[in-house]
Design a binder for this molecule. Structure first.
Ligand SMILES: [Zn+2]
Length: 199
């Protein structure tokens, strides 16, 4: 047990990047996501850990992403068919739950050489890296859903790394709150009525 706990703490501190990205999430969610991330870490005890690749994305960052492959060339995806490369997102600034800190995207980091360095990104959703009979990715999905999160893998156009918590509000409603200044002072996080601010 103690050995296991040490490993958990080791893996937790291993990914300071994820912990710092959780701090960028909507204030109503930070405590919950920190708790969830701890559960992800406890569930994944093998050759992979969970990293949050994205959490908050500002309206400007979202618009820049929208432009990729459309008006700005995407250097990764240039083809003769699409001279500007691959399109990355269909959401403009204010059209993604990421813009309000209400979404995160995961990636697995693998320890391929067994050196304790989790340095190889993996989007394999069906690999059981810790040998407990359940693919690591699916273990994360199960925990997130238990906390009331929606998973992009359930959508018609799947977005496997994506998770969001909407509080029943559309992005249009959330944008409206931001435009009307209904935000936590000095931030761009919309005030979600009736939901306790936990942090
Ligand atoms: Zn996402």
């Amino acid at each position: 047990m103690e050995k296991n706990l040490n490993k958990i703490l080791h893996n937790m501190t291993k990914d300071k990047i994820t912990l710092s990205r959780i701090k960028l999430m909507h204030p109503n969610l930070r405590k919950e996501v920190e708790g969830m991330y701890q559960l992800f870490t406890q569930a994944l005890t093998g050759k992979a850990i969970c990293r949050f690749a994205y959490t908050l994305r500002s309206f400007k960052e979202q618009n820049d992403l929208f432009a990729l492959g459309r008006t700005v060339a995407n250097p990764n995806g240039k083809t003769t068919k699409r001279p500007f490369g691959s399109i990355v997102t269909n959401a403009r600034g204010g059209q993604s739950y990421h813009n309000f800190g209400l979404a995160f995207d995961i990636v697995l980091l693998k320890d391929t050489e067994g050196t304790g360095k989790f340095n190889k990104a993996s989007w394999e959703t069906n690999v059981d890296f810790d040998g407990d009979g359940k693919p690591d990715w699916q273990e994360i999905v199960t925990i997130a859903k238990q906390h009331g999160w929606e998973w992009g893998g359930d959508w018609k156009f799947t977005d496997m790394p994506h998770f969001q918590r909407t509080f029943g509000l559309s992005v249009v409603e959330l944008s409206g709150l931001v435009q009307n200044g209904k935000v936590y002072p000095g931030t761009t996080y919309p005030i979600i009525e009736g939901k306790p601010m936990l942090v």
